[in-house]
Design a protein around this ligand. Structure first.
Ligand code: AMP
Length: 218
């Protein structure tokens, strides 16, 4: 199955993508995660991406598209994938179409996670990410047992630079202007399914699985 997840920053795309991808036994391809791994590894790609990410802007399309093209050509993506954070504008969506037709395949569904902006800001401001394993805690909704320490692996929790208030505002603006039009783009093609992404993680997963028609056991 080939699925794209869309939704504003803080909608829970990363969390749901992880769970759904495991359940469907397909890789989760997250452009944000790939950029962050490159930043940690201090690669040339990471250095280039960081300047944009810290401001809440999109990394230029030619950089992002080339990275996704390489990733989707890997063996583990042959039987499907779940894209988290890509495409993020219409140009990227058109490039994805070309990539998939080059691979003689196409998307099965685009899942939109619907969350209002106030909730998104609350989620992002309280988010604390583990430096070691990437697990995400929330200061109010899922606080760690010990302040600053990840429950899963004991790693150090930190606030992503782009989860600071000024950057959050910019990321939401970018979402409204550039990414939200994708909802119509995919709806017109009959690919869009939308779910309410407010509530417990398990409830949102249940809605997602149902909307995608993949059933609990898949
Ligand atoms: P995310 O983890 O998906 O919220 O992404 C974090 C940041 O990485 C974004 O704010 C962008 O700066 C960058 N990024 C992630 N995916 C893309 C994309 N498809 N196109 C351009 N920039 C992206």
């Amino acid at each position: 199955m080939r699925v794209v997840l869309v939704g504003p920053p803080g909608a829970g795309k990363g969390t749901q993508a992880q769970i759904i991808a495991e359940r469907l036994a397909i890789p989760k391809v997250s452009t944000g995660d790939i950029f962050r791994a490159n930043i940690s590894g201090d690669t040339a790609l990471g250095q280039r991406a960081k300047a944009y990410m810290d401001k809440g802007d999109l990394v230029p399309d030619e950089v992002t598209n080339a990275m996704v093209r390489d990733r989707l050509a890997e063996d583990d993506a042959k039987n499907g994938f779940l894209l988290d954070g890509f495409p993020r504008n219409v140009q990227q969506a058109e490039t994805l179409d070309t990539m998939l037709s080059d691979l003689a395949t196409e998307l099965n569904a685009v899942l939109e996670l619907v969350v209002d902006e106030d909730e998104v800001v609350r989620r992002l401001e309280g988010r604390r990410t583990c430096r070691k394993c990437g697990h995400v805690h929330h200061l109010d909704y899922d606080p760690p047992k010990t302040e600053g320490v990840c429950d899963v692996c004991g790693g150090e929790l930190f606030q992503r630079d782009d989860d600071r208030p000024e950057t959050i505002r910019r990321r939401l603006e970018v979402y409204r202007e550039q990414t939200a039009p994708l909802v119509d783009f995919y709806d017109r093609r009959g690919l869009l399914v939308r779910i309410d992404a407010i509530g417990a993680v398990e409830d949102v997963t249940r809605r997602a699985v149902k909307a995608l028609g993949v059933g609990e056991a898949s």
